[in-house]
Design a protein around this ligand. Structure first.
Ligand code: PLP
Length: 394
């Protein structure tokens, strides 16, 4: 494998973990669509199961999946990665590996809906307690820690509030109590933020979003900093079964190659759109980490290389006016998800976060007037004209 860890990010995105196929020289990693792999003889099979290099069975490792894992592990500066069937399979891999009877997790209050809902609705059956805090204030994280806390789990920027959490501060808090820090880096992507470099132990992604970027795959990945942590995760993951499929891995490998290009373009569109809406009389508030008006703009500059390509805003007239916006846009598509090449718009209180009780939703700053926009790579003028037209309808 080429040693390119010291090269520029565009080079690393395209080349990390990639090499011509050893069997044929194919430059694009082939799709090894095989569930199992033949052994040369009994001793070879025994050696592979004993830990020698070699493929055995796709749930336990596959060349196409490994090419993707090596790529993302390198981009996140981790020791290795584990591809997962979905972002939620990645989240559960981490929860299941480190949480159990009598343990406790401290998490960001405005987590991705299902990441929070499973902790509230399913994990208590296995004796796991959870505390959700406004992690933008590190003191609140520190105050929630107890002797049983095994994980501090943060999402930054958080979905859909775009509130940031100080990764380095949380790493210090977690480590002081012997807990691991996990960061859901889906919104930042490895292009904009590298939590392991800031002290986190585990970083995970829904690759459905920016990493794949083409709105045609559901997938997830977990990257660990330390080999021991990776080995624990692997043991659980391979037997729990939420592993990737080779074809799915190949699609993400194709998608990730343009991550840098897409992110640059989408972020530029977002910056302009956010600046336009910030001055618009029909917009009551806007939150985007790239704007100087974001209360944590300084923190963004410290731990990210840009504000990303998602923002949320409220329209004058509340929920009804918000509906007018999302029902009448033409370039943006009314759909959940984000990080794709096309612009998507959605209403979290009635869609992605509807499963969280209204009171908890409000406490987590997910107000009923919040409209989330995931900006794509279209021509900027068209995106602005689209939103300007629907805001004039209010
Ligand atoms: C989408 C998403 C997930 C879940 O990923 P899936 O691929 O849909 O399972 C987790 N975290 C964040 C921040 C997400 O946006």
């Amino acid at each position: 494998m080429k040693d390119i860890q010291d090269k520029g990010i565009m080079t690393r995105i395209i080349h990390s973990g990639q090499h011509p196929d050893p069997a044929t020289g194919a430059v694009s990693t082939p799709i090894y669509q095989s569930s199992t792999f033949a052994f040369r003889d009994a001793d070879h099979g025994a050696a592979c199961f004993g830990g020698a290099p070699g493929y055995k069975y796709t749930r336990l490792g596959n060349p196409t999946i490994e090419a993707l894992e090596s790529n993302i592990a390198a981009l996140e500066h981790g020791c290795g990665a584990l591809g997962a069937a979905s972002g939620m399979a990645a989240v559960n891999m981490v929860y299941l590996t480190f949480l159990g009877q009598g343990t406790h997790i401290v998490a960001t209050e405005s987590l991705y809906g299902p990441s929070r809902m499973i902790l509230e609705n399913e994990y208590p059956r296995f004796g796991v307690a959870s505390t959700f805090v406004d992690s933008s204030d590190p003191q609140k994280v520190a105050d929630a820690m107890c002797d049983d806390t095994k994980l501090v789990y943060i999402e930054t920027p958080a979905n859909p509030t775009l509130i940031l959490t100080d990764i380095a501060a949380c790493a210090e808090i977690a480590h002081a109590r012997g807990a691991l820090l996990v960061v859901d880096n889906t919104f930042g992507s490895p292009y904009l933020q590298n939590p392991l470099e800031l002290g986190a132990d585990i970083v995970l992604h829904s690759m459905t979003k920016f990493i794949n970027g083409h709105t045609d795959v559901v997938a997830g990945i977990v990257v660990a900093k330390d080999p021991e942590v990776l080995a624990r995760l692997r043991k659980v993951h391979y037997n729990m079964g939420g592993t990737m499929d080779p074809h799915q891995a190949w699609l993400v490998l194709r998608g990730v190659k343009s991550l840098g290009l897409r992110m640059e373009r989408a972020q530029e569109n977002t910056m302009q759109l956010a600046a336009f809406l910030e001055k618009h009389p029909k917009v009551s508030w806007i939150r985007y980490p790239g704007l100087e008006s974001h209360p944590q703009h300084e923190l963004m500059r410290r731990q990210m290389r840009g504000g990303g390509a998602v923002f949320s805003f409220g329209v004058v007239g509340g929920i009804e006016a918000g509906k007018t916006v999302i029902n009448n846009v033409q370039i943006a598509t009314l759909a959940v998800s984000l990080g794709g090449i096309e612009t998507l718009i959605e209403h979290p209180a009635s869609m992605t976060h509807a499963g969280i009780p209204a009171q908890e939703r409000l406490a987590a700053h997910i107000t009923d007037d919040l409209v989330r926009v995931a900006v794509g790579c279209e021509t900027y003028a068209d995106l602005e004209a689209d939103l300007a037209r629907v805001l004039d309808m209010i």
